[in-house]
Design a protein around this ligand. Structure first.
Ligand code: ATP
Ligand code: MG
Length: 431
């Protein structure tokens, strides 16, 4: 016996739990497919530099939360803490970023060294969507509605969409000057954490959770007052379109992203049904990131959803697994070989089947079929084997006698007819 344990902040996802994960992932992937969003997969490990540049050294993620180490070739590597930087790198590197109109999604594990608690892990999973090469207001709306609809389809309750606008770079640098002046005067009234941000990442102070700092900030200059007419116009159209599409939202002027490459729309979706880690989805426009990372100037907008929080929020109906359609009871040397053969054939249909491998008595095998509530069973014993046939019948059904049938092993047509009549199925593939 050893005492190995998983690392703090990581979890094993066991088969029963994974049913919910798989159901949720399927629903998401189907929804994205229907919206013509294509998948992209990038490595989980990247050069540390990429995240320093792509997320920003002043952020908590880069300064405190990254899993960074030297590999055997003395290169600094980092387990990805988020997906956008890698997607942008992959697009630039593969010469795709200059082509317009990329609608992309990714899903997978991310790593951040944080204090683990409900809905917060060190290895967690995100679904991200990035629209690259899209500038129009309608792309902002499509991004927001995609995120919103996924969450609604998963039956998540008490959803709130919060939106804000950060304007363009000029708007923000005008605001930043005024804000820094205000901060200089009010520095001592702020909490320590916010004070530290003044030099590194002042915009992020607006996002503080400290109650006292929050109330002091009420008197600070507002980013909104520094927006150009054009930026305001853009924001007003977004609000109008959301109203027309009947997507409820609230405006949150403190919703900021601390880095210079973020522009215009920023949004978050929270759920009142989650405790303190209430944000399920964060997103926004990043028109300056791709050029900042060495690509040609390309507008883009995206979001990321935390899957662990979706799991906590989604309903019981997503915990249901599909029932077994056919359980194959078999005993005896020849019977067992025939059963294997038949079991392989049955995998040509969209049926969930299970071949009993126990070699136990017929009654034990029937009990197992009963326990897992299989819809039907196939029975092959020595008698059936010597006749090259098997018995198939609905299980636990009052009329099962009527539906019982002997079928010759070679008679696929008769088998198909029985399945067709008694089980709902789709043929998947034939060799
Ligand atoms: P938070 O304020 O909760 O730390 P964040 O601003 O760091 O969130 P983003 O980087 O925008 O989060 O990531 C998008 C989403 O990923 C979050 O809204 C959340 O649902 C999820 N997420 C982020 N960090 C974690 C984590 N450590 N464990 C689980 N989910 C996470
Ligand atoms: Mg965080």
């Amino acid at each position: 016996m050893n005492n190995f344990k998983n690392l703090r902040g990581t979890v094993d996802l066991l088969p029963e739990e994974l049913i919910k994960w798989q159901n949720i992932e399927k629903l998401i992937v189907d929804q994205l497919f229907r919206a013509s969003v294509k998948e992209i997969r990038t490595p989980i490990i990247e050069m540390t530099e990429l995240f320093m540049r792509g997320i920003g050294e002043a952020t908590d993620v880069v300064s405190k939360e990254m899993y960074t180490f030297l590999d055997r070739g003395e290169r600094s590597c980092t387990l990805r803490p988020e997906g956008t930087a890698s997607v942008v790198r992959a697009l630039i590197q593969n010469g795709i970023s200059s082509k317009p109109s990329q609608k992309l999604w990714y899903m997978g594990p991310m790593f951040r060294y944080e204090r683990p608690q409900a809905g917060r892990q060190r290895q967690f999973h995100q679904l991200g969507v990035e629209f690259v090469g899209y500038e129009s207001v309608r792309s902002d709306i499509e991004i927001i509605t995609l995120a919103w609809d996924i969450l609604e389809k998963l039956g998540i309750k008490e959803l709130n969409l919060e939106i804000n606008t950060l304007g363009d770079q000029t708007d923000r640098s005008n605001f930043k000057d005024a804000f820094l002046k205000w901060l200089e005067v009010n520095k001592d009234s702020l909490d320590i954490e916010s004070q530290k941000r003044i030099d590194k990442n002042p915009l992020r102070i607006l996002d503080t959770k400290n109650v006292q700092t929050k109330s002091i900030l009420e008197d600070a200059p507002r980013l909104f007052d520094f927006l150009s007419e054009k930026s305001i116009e853009r924001y007003l159209i977004i609000k109008e379109k959301l109203k027309l599409l009947k997507i409820p939202f609230i405006e949150n002027f403190n919703l900021v992203r601390g880095l210079d490459y973020y522009t215009h729309t920023a949004f978050e979706i929270t759920s009142g049904a989650l405790g303190s880690q209430s944000t399920v989805c964060g997103g926004g426009r990043y028109d300056n990131l791709i050029s900042q990372m060495g690509g040609t100037e390309t507008p883009a907008i995206g979001f990321a959803i935390g899957l662990e929080r979706l799991i906590l929020l989604s309903g019981k109906d997503l915990e249901q697994s599909r029932e077994t359609d056919i359980y194959i009871v078999n005993k005896g040397f020849h019977a067992e070989t025939l059963a294997m053969d038949l079991s392989r054939k049955l995998r040509n249909y969209d049926l969930k089947t299970e071949l009993d491998l126990s070699g136990g008595s017929f009654s034990k095998q029937f009990k197992k079929a009963n326990k897992i509530k299989s819809k039907s069973i196939i029975v092959i014993g020595d008698d059936e084997a010597s006749n090259q046939e098997f018995i198939i019948r609905l299980f636990n059904n009052k009329n099962s006698e009527n539906q019982e049938q002997k079928i010759a092993i070679e008679d696929s047509i008769k088998l198909e007819e029985w399945i067709n009549k008694n089980l709902l199925f789709k043929k998947t593939s034939e060799k």
